[in-house]
Design a binder for this molecule. Sequence first.
Ligand code: PXG
Length: 303
Amino acid sequence: MVICRKYILGGKMKIYIDGRFVDKSEAKISVFDHGLLYGDGIFEGIRAYNGRVFRLNEHLDRLWASAKSINLTIPITKKEMENAVIQTFLANKLNDGYIRLVVTRGVGDLGLDPKKCTGLPSIIIIADAISLYPIEFYERGIEIATVHVRRIKQDALSPNIKSLNYLNNILAKMASAKAGAMEALMLNAEGYIVECTGDNIFIVKNGDLYTPPVSEGALIGITRDAVIELARNKLNISVKEERLSLYNVYTADGVFLTGTAAEIVPVVNVDGRAIGDGYLEKTIKKLIREFKNLTNLTGTPIR
Ligand code: PXG
């Protein structure tokens, strides 16, 4: 997706590295860090709205699960990490913003073997003001394109490990840009819909929501979960996690993407086909409104 970053204005950006805050220009790690050499590490993207960090515990639980899965021990507790995230927002005087939380395997030698990383894993926390797409795209919707790059097979690498290696997604992103679209629709090896490069996908059909089950190879998105809860519990909308084909997407009444960075963004065109009611689709509008309420009123306070 196209990221329009509005960098922190005035003052210096403060980056958290291994328990210390440093200026952006001083924020450096070793060229022998296996996060850099091999993408051996994990990350989370987290957002704060109106002085509250949205679903922080869920993000930390997912980070810890990613770490467990690659046998990496995060050298601080979840409570300490929660504190570090809050302190990073405070240090950068941000009430609304985006956090990139990265944990690398740490410094090793030029071989793959993570046992050679004898020091501690590195923890890096970067906060910034971000709006993913220019505002008019949230109002008008975006165009996406199906790409030839298939989502990596889960029996090779679980999509639920938010690893520092995002080449699968980056190659897909490049292919969608070639097709003149803002985001790539990724299929699994069987040709069914999975997700986009940094967001999950939903369709609306006859007032019901459908999204691919995560067993198709998608990340269990935190925004996806929030949207499913809002639809079922607040708006009384049925949500079905079902295998979806391109036919289902092309013939939907509405299509939208969800992600921490993207939030909820309507899709108005897929592979050159205009989608149903586009950005005017009623269910999507209701969900965007409820999601705004939820993000403004809930979350871990920044203080
Ligand atoms: N699928 C993938 C592959 C992701 O990386 C999501 C879905 C949405 O998940 P959440 O939990 O955020 O609702 C993601 C999100 C970005 C960006 O800049 C987003 C992600 C990773 C890297 C960059 O938009 N992850």
